[in-house]
Design a protein around this ligand. Sequence first.
Ligand SMILES: *[C@@H]1O[C@H](CO)[C@@H](O)[C@H](O)[C@H]1NC(C)=O
Ligand SMILES: *[C@@H]1O[C@H](CO)[C@@H](O)[C@H](O)[C@H]1NC(C)=O
Ligand SMILES: *[C@@H]1O[C@H](CO)[C@@H](O)[C@H](O)[C@H]1NC(C)=O
Ligand SMILES: *[C@@H]1O[C@H](CO)[C@@H](O)[C@H](O)[C@H]1NC(C)=O
Ligand SMILES: *[C@@H]1O[C@H](CO)[C@@H](O)[C@H](O)[C@H]1NC(C)=O
Ligand SMILES: *[C@@H]1O[C@H](CO)[C@@H](O)[C@H](O)[C@H]1NC(C)=O
Length: 342
Amino acid sequence: MADDLCSFTKDIFVIKVPKKSPLALRMIVLVFAMVCGVYICSICVKQISTHSKAGFLNIPVTQRPCPEPYIEPWEIPYVHYPKPKTYSRDGCACNPVRYFAILSMQRSGSGWFETLLNNHTNISSNGEVFSVKVRRSNISTIVETLDKIYNLDWLSSASKNECTAAVGLKWMLNQGLMQHHTEIIDYFNIRGVSVIFLFRRNLLRRMISVLANLYDRDAKLLNGTHKSHVHSPHEAEILAKYKPILNATLLIPNLKQVEETTAKALEYFKSTRHIILYYEDIVKNLTMLIDVQDFLKVPHRELKSRQVKIHKGSLSNQIGNWDDVEKMVKGTGYESFLHADY
Ligand SMILES: *[C@@H]1O[C@H](CO)[C@@H](O)[C@H](O)[C@H]1NC(C)=O
Ligand SMILES: *[C@@H]1O[C@H](CO)[C@@H](O)[C@H](O)[C@H]1NC(C)=O
Ligand SMILES: *[C@@H]1O[C@H](CO)[C@@H](O)[C@H](O)[C@H]1NC(C)=O
Ligand SMILES: *[C@@H]1O[C@H](CO)[C@@H](O)[C@H](O)[C@H]1NC(C)=O
Ligand SMILES: *[C@@H]1O[C@H](CO)[C@@H](O)[C@H](O)[C@H]1NC(C)=O
Ligand SMILES: *[C@@H]1O[C@H](CO)[C@@H](O)[C@H](O)[C@H]1NC(C)=O
């Protein structure tokens, strides 16, 4: 029993042995816990830092650095923040930019219209960029050229650079536009390009302008230089002295062809955001330019052009074979062209 007791106390003693060094054990556990803690913490910190780095990198992609402008939801695809490669937009980097294209035909007043647009401090219309053949040789060169224009990297006399709020070009229907219309419409719709159609109502007056301009290309009436647009009444008078003779047989088919091309362009591009303007309407009522500025979402300005109209007054004074022309056109759908002012 005593033995039992002894062993019991011994057991107690044995059990009590660990109690002899609880401090050491606790220290070991504590150190282990600390090491683990530090290790876990260091991993956490590493993960947090890489995570926040990735998040920081993502900001320009997923989120605009500029405050959202007050626009309606339908406008979102048409609002852009280009980052030109060649310069910085500086103070205007957060001004939204709209893309546009003026679709027109030669001698429809688009040169005059473009000088009016370019009189606006926030509009850059870069001219007939695709009159240069290599730029329209295939859809890749067309897209490359458009990308450069809309990224504000196209430098022309019209570029306002950093504070541009609307950027575009003048594009004639016969400059690859109708030929590559499917791809160009896709580009316009995907990139959010708005279209300004500018046509002339009086196609007979347009025809005279085309012929006179063709003639001047060779004759160079103004001191040996060919001019498509003039800035003084005196120059206009000299150019208007030439009175073209129209081929009476081809007259009606030509007018019809121009009319059909216009209708085709309107049909092709109807899915784009667009506005349709006529030269004659703007000449008669310059306040229509307010509608254009609203369409491009630029602040209202009074717009001026220094260009002077070349052919003025009655058509009978501008055509070499007026009697033939009058005879051909009378009784057709184009009769009103004979007497309209513009
Ligand atoms: C707009 O036209 C007026 C009058 O010709 C001129 O004084 C002004 O500098 C032009 N503004 C721009 C931005 O071209
Ligand atoms: C497009 O035209 C350019 C210039 O003429 C030429 O260098 C290029 O190879 C053409 N690309 C295609 C895909 O035809
Ligand atoms: C227009 O341009 C002026 C500088 O010429 C700039 O201060 C202004 O913010 C621009 N406006 C817009 C709407 O971009
Ligand atoms: C042609 O040049 C002369 C002399 O430089 C000048 O006086 C005249 O106005 C010019 N005419 C036109 C139509 O530009
Ligand atoms: C008109 O054009 C047709 C076809 O090109 C031509 O055969 C005819 O000779 C021309 N008429 C005149 C008067 O030039
Ligand atoms: C001129 O154009 C404006 C804007 O499109 C229009 O509100 C106004 O009625 C037009 N004025 C005339 C006389 O046609």
